[in-house]
Every structure is written in structure tokens, then in C-alpha cells.
Design a binder for this molecule. Structure first.
Ligand code: HEC
Length: 459
């Protein structure tokens, strides 16, 4: 069946209309009532502290701090604009399309407060209303890891020029009887590191390339330098807290494997260096269930110059009952829109994920709060839109040129990695992964150790 492309466009128009309406409403409220003034100390600071300061404070990824009245006042208009446009806090999925761990968004009334505050001249308010400044634990987010690796040497990043991709190889030894449950990546310099990808290499190739390159690590291309870690463990992006593997899942580590970390580094304007650490949280629990990445991809990408809405799609028919743990959508600079929908055999579509304003720099793994369960025969459809027009501010080509599938950031992709666990473990082989040659992020359930005897203590 041809994907229902129509709905995308219609829905976007509806969305624009709805947000304009909200915006108009907010304006009229502030003008009409004027009863209780919206102040920094009472209304704005609590939102900034809770939703923005994590990144907008010294030493973090955002370019300026938003901790004080002076910081916020001079940007009142910008704060209103970025919140109304849903650009900040950065969270790309649209409410109502899947529920994800770590979702970060403002309520409509919070957005209105920013708008009213700007319209009223950004008053400070009573000092007594100001909440305490937020405290941030600058340590590990998930507590002290069981194992920490730190890069042996710093990676120099020039002041200017193109982004740097660098692969760093580590020997990782996980004690026998232990499994990886969560991984926490920590950059030393948050202004530099755009994202990091964790891979496993059992071929020795990464180690050989590292040895052949005299500088620390070796050049990356943006392509994963090995087999990506499963799901939430694969990618680190700024401001996204580490998410452990779901219940029943853990990652076994092959004895002789290397860990390869790819850093995407962005010059900051002055020469700097990076020395990242990676913390591993281990568990005694072997994986009780199997998990695999299903790949939805459309490689027929061939986007004519100037094309504002180039559509690609891919679908998969689930051969068995599965639980979908999460999804990692992937496009490059020209990506605009991404949608994932499930069509169970009974025909009622189930929205899974919708991103309307794709941004290459804010790619995250979307892990569902509760894995989504689908029966055999469900069709899962991925739809993507690329914008190769001059109007796309992320278009690297002026004038636009023809863009096709490829690994460079200036080529394009249209992919979704869908992580699934079979509902009935014995059906795993029926996913047919081997047959299709997909060997991505597969974890097979292993036999759990015999349960310890439970004694019921006397009251
Ligand atoms: C996860 C980290 C993160 C959080 C949380 C965050 N920001 Fe940002 N913000 C950034 C980064 C990085 C930039 C600069 C790059 C960009 O625009 O994407 C930025 C840029 C901005 C800008 C400038 C935009 C421009 O176009 O110049 C404003 C204004 C802003 N943020 C406001 C906010 C507000 C208000 C909040 C909270 C409601 C917030 N941010 C939350 C990371 C964050």
C-alpha cells in the first residue's frame, strides 16, 4: 500500500494554525487582563531553573547562561520566540505521538507565561518570590559506575573549520558473570562534543587503524566504527540523561572485543581539547529476553535540487508478536519530518513517533516509557520528508544540488532502527534477521543462574 502521505501535510498545516491560534490567544490575554503581572522571580525563574538551566549555565552545552534576571531580561523576546516555536527546551517529538523516557517539554501555560512576560516588559518582581538557584549534581547521573574508562590522551580540536569525527579505541574487560545495564558518557568539554556513539568491534580493525594513526584515535566519517551498542546505550547527545536497558535486558560483552567511541566534535572558536570518560553500570542478571534492531530504511534517496518536500518511506510486517522498546530515527542535514505509525491487523493506526522539525544536531534514541506491544501481522510504517530547498537553513549547498543516499553528512539517509523484543522468546528466529542479513544490536537471552533460595523471615 502507498503510505498515506497526505495526512502529513494536512496535519502540519493544522499544527501551524493551532499554534498561531494559541499564540494569538496568549497575546490577547496579556493585553486584556493585566491583572497579575508576570514576573521573573515568581513565574519565569522556576521554569528556567527546572527546564533550561541544566544546559544554560556556565560550562554546559548552551551558548549562554539563564540563571539570573540580567541573563533572562535581555533575551526576553528570544525566550518567548523559542518557547512558542517549541525549539527550546530541545525535544523533537510531538506530544500525543508516543510517550518517551526523558521527554522534555513546556506546558501551554508555561509557554504563555514567556509570552506575557515579554509583552509586559520583562519585570523582575519581588525578591522574596525568587526560588533558590538550582543545584546540579555534577557527578555521574546514575551514581558511581562500576567501571570507568577515561581516554588516555586528549584530542585536540582546532579553533575553527569543519566538525571533527574521531574514533577512540579502548580495551574493555567486563568481569565474567557481569553484564552491561547502562552506560554513561561524560565529555570533559561540553561545548565541543556534539554527540558520541559507542560501538563494539570484534574484528580488530579499529585497533589496527588506531595504531596506524600517530595522533590519538583515528579519523571517523560519521559512520559507526563497529557494531552499535543496543538502543539507549548507543548514542550520547547533550542534555539527554543516560537510560538503562529495559527490564529483563542487559548486554553481554564478548571477551576479546574492543570498545570504539566515535566523537563528533564541533570547533568552539578557540583551540580546545577533549578527554571523555565512559562509566559502565553492570548487573549480575544475564539478559532474560532477546532483543534486536529491525531496520526500516529507504535507500532510494535521490533529491532534486530545490525540492522542498521529498518523501521516502519503508515498512515492515511483523512476523511475530513483539514489544517495541524504542526507536532511533536517522536522517542528515536535509531531513525535515519523520513519522512512525503502526497499523495492527484490526486497522486502527497507532501513532508511535512524530518529529516535525528534524534537527541533525538533536538526534536522540526515543525509548518508550512502556514498551509498545504489537501482534503478528502489524505493519509498521516509517515516513520521512527531506527539504532540499534554498529556504532550508540547514541546507549545506547554496544553490542546492542533487543529493543522494550516502554516509557523509552532506549525503542523505532515511532510516529507523526499531528495537524489538519477541513476546514469546521461542519465536525470536522467526524475525528472520539472519536471513535478511541484519545483524545489528542483537542480544540473545541467556540461561539465568538458578534462583537463590528464598527464606521467609519470621515476624
Ligand atoms: C538540552 C540542553 C538545552 C536545554 C534543556 C535548553 N537549551 Fe536553549 N539552547 C541549547 C543550545 C545547545 C543552544 C544553542 C544551539 C541551538 O540553538 O540549538 C540553545 C539556544 C537557545 C537560545 C538561542 C536560540 C537562537 O536561535 O539563538 C535560546 C533563546 C534558548 N536556548 C532558550 C532556552 C530556554 C528558554 C530553555 C528552557 C525552556 C532552554 N533553552 C533549554 C541547549 C539547551
Amino acid at each position: 500500500m502507498v503510505p498515506p502521505v497526505r495526512t502529513l501535510a494536512v496535519a502540519s498545516i493544522f499544527w501551524v494554525a493551532a499554534s498561531w491560534f494559541r499564540f494569538a490567544q496568549a497575546e490577547s490575554i496579556s493585553v486584556a487582563t493585566g491583572s497579575e503581572p508576570v514576573t521573573f522571580n515568581r513565574h519565569i525563574a522556576p521554569i528556567l531553573f527546572r527546564q533550561c538551566a541544566e544546559c544554560h549555565r556556565p560550562g554546559q552545552v548552551a551558548p549562554f547562561s539563564l540563571l539570573t534576571y540580567t541573563d533572562a531580561r535581555k533575551r526576553a523576546k528570544a525566550l518567548q520566540e523559542v518557547t512558542a516555536a517549541h525549539l527550546m527546551p530541545p525535544w523533537k517529538s510531538i506530544a500525543g505521538y508516543g510517550r518517551f523516557i526523558g521527554e522534555r517539554r513546556l506546558s501551554e501555560s508555561e509557554i504563555e507565561l514567556f509570552s506575557q512576560w515579554a509583552a509586559q516588559g520583562a519585570p523582575e518582581g519581588f525578591h522574596g518570590d525568587l526560588p533558590d538557584s538550582p543545584r546540579f549534581a555534577d557527578g555521574w547521573k546514575l551514581g558511581q559506575p562500576d567501571l570507568i574508562l577515561t581516554m588516555p590522551e586528549v584530542i585536540p580540536v582546532p579553533a575553527e573549520g569543519r566538525d571533527v569525527y574521531r574514533n577512540v579505541v579502548f580495551r574493555l574487560h567486563i568481569p565474567s558473570g557481569k553484564y552491561i545495564k547502562a552506560v554513561e558518557f561524560r565529555p570533559s568539554n561540553r561545548r565541543l562534543v556534539h554527540h558520541a556513539q559507542l560501538c563494539l568491534d570484534t574484528t580488530g580493525r579499529a585497533r589496527a587503524r588506531d595504531a596506524a594513526d600517530p595522533a590519538p584515535g583515528y579519523d571517523g566519517t560519521g559512520k559507526p566504527p563497529g557494531q552499535l551498542f543496543p538502543g539507549s546505550l548507543a548514542t550520547w547527545t547533550p542534555g539527554h540523561d543516560p537510560v538503562p536497558l529495559p527490564d529483563g535486558m542487559s548486554m553481554p560483552w564478548p571477551e576479546e572485543a574492543d570498545l570504539v567511541v566515535q566523537l563528533h566534535l564541533h570547533p568552539s572558536g578557540k583551540p580546545e581539547t577533549e578527554k571523555s570518560s565512559i562509566g559502565f553500570h553492570l548487573t549480575d542478571q544475564p539478559p532474560r529476553r532477546s532483543m534486536a534492531d529491525l531496520l526500516l530504511l529507504d535507500m532510494k534517496v535521490d533529491i532534486p535540487p530545490g525540492e522542498p518536500a521529498y518523501r521516502t518511506w519503508s515498512q515492515i510486517l511483523l512476523p511475530i508478536d513483539v514489544e517495541v522498546v524504542g526507536v532511533f530515527p536517522h536522517m542528515h542535514l536535509l531531513g525535515r519530518e519523520f513519522k512512525l505509525t503502526a497499523y495492527p491487523p484490526d486497522g486502527t493506526p497507532v501513532p508511535m513517533l512524530w518529529i516535525r522539525d528534524w534537527d541533525f544536531n538533536w538526534q536522540v534514541y526515543y525509548q518508550f516509557v512502556v514498551p509498545m506491544k504489537f501482534t503478528a501481522g502489524t505493519r509498521i510504517l516509517m515516513e520521512a520528508v527531506h527539504d532540499n530547498s534554498e529556504e532550508n537553513i540547514h541546507n549545506p549547498n547554496h544553490p542546492p544540488r542533487r543529493v543522494t543516499w550516502g554516509e557523509q553528512t552532506t549525503d542523505e539517509m532515511s532510516v529507523a532502527f526499531l528495537q524489538v523484543m519477541p513476546v514469546h522468546e521461542k519465536e525470536f528466529p522467526r524475525l528472520g534477521l539472519e536471513r535478511r542479513g541484519f545483524q545489528l544490536g542483537i542480544i540473545r537471552a541467556t540461561q539465568p543462574p538458578p534462583a537463590a533460595p528464598t527464606s521467609s523471615p519470621m515476624p
